[in-house]
Write a protein that binds this ligand. Structure first.
Ligand code: SF4
Ligand code: SF4
Length: 212
């Protein structure tokens, strides 16, 4: 059973002042329920096999959808003349103009939000880097640390693989893997270029760089 709630005003006119609602002829209604399932405003209930517009004033002003599709033409509406008269008498167009501005603002805000979200979705904020070579006295880690100092980036999940202590002493090649991350969800690209430049500067080999 529907509970009729207060209706919002229609462009500044209290809804109860507007004579727009469906009426069903119970003698011709065949109970097909098309109006009941079609109306997005829950205006109808079915009672004893007949459509009953229990919340008729919830009908959208000017809508005639259920009347248009009713197979027996059982749904009728008051004349639109009354609505047009009200539009003129209550001078709704000033209100409509304000509503149009607000709607355009909402739509452009939504568009800006959607575009920002889309841009965020395409921004890479993490990348994995693999480096090989002889790390010895190149102070690569110290230089990496200086690169991130005071900036919204970090080097994480760092792994250094050295085959043996002796090999390291003998300056055999080692392998390093780490992730470059942005702490503020910014595009990692410019910083990643700096990291790669550092790898080349210290004569290490860039095995791979992959955005995650
Ligand atoms: S669409 Fe028409 S015939 Fe079908 S239930 Fe509604 S009023 Fe009755
Ligand atoms: S005219 Fe539209 S809003 Fe009104 S009752 Fe029919 S379908 Fe629902």
């Amino acid at each position: 059973m529907s509970e009729n709630k207060p209706k919002p005003a229609w462009h500044g006119i209290p809804r109860e002042d507007i004579p727009w609602y469906p009426t069903v002829d119970p003698d011709s209604c065949i109970g097909c329920q098309l109006c009941y399932v079609t109306c997005g405003r829950a205006v109808f209930e079915m009672h004893d096999g007949v459509a009953d517009p229990v919340d008729a004033m919830n009908c959208a002003v000017g809508c005639t959808t259920c009347g248009n599709i009713c197979p027996t033409g059982s749904i009728t509406f008051p004349s639109l003349d009354a609505v047009w008269k009200l539009e003129r008498e209550r001078q709704i167009f000033r209100t409509v103009k304000k509503e149009a501005v607000q709607r355009a603002e909402r739509e452009s805000a939504k568009q800006a939000r959607d575009e920002a979200q889309k841009a965020m979705a395409t921004v890479s904020t993490r990348a994995r880097v693999e480096v090989a070579g002889e790390f010895g006295d190149k102070q690569f880690l110290v230089k990496l640390e200086k690169l991130v100092e005071g900036r919204p980036f970090d080097i994480v999940r760092l792994k250094l693989e050295v085959s043996s202590v002796k090999a390291a002493r003998e300056k055999a090649p080692s392998y390093m893997e780490f992730e470059v991350t942005s702490e503020q969800q910014e595009d990692i690209d410019p910083f990643l270029r700096e990291v790669v430049a550092l790898v080349h500067e210290v004569d290490l080999v860039l095995v791979s760089q992959q955005k995650l």
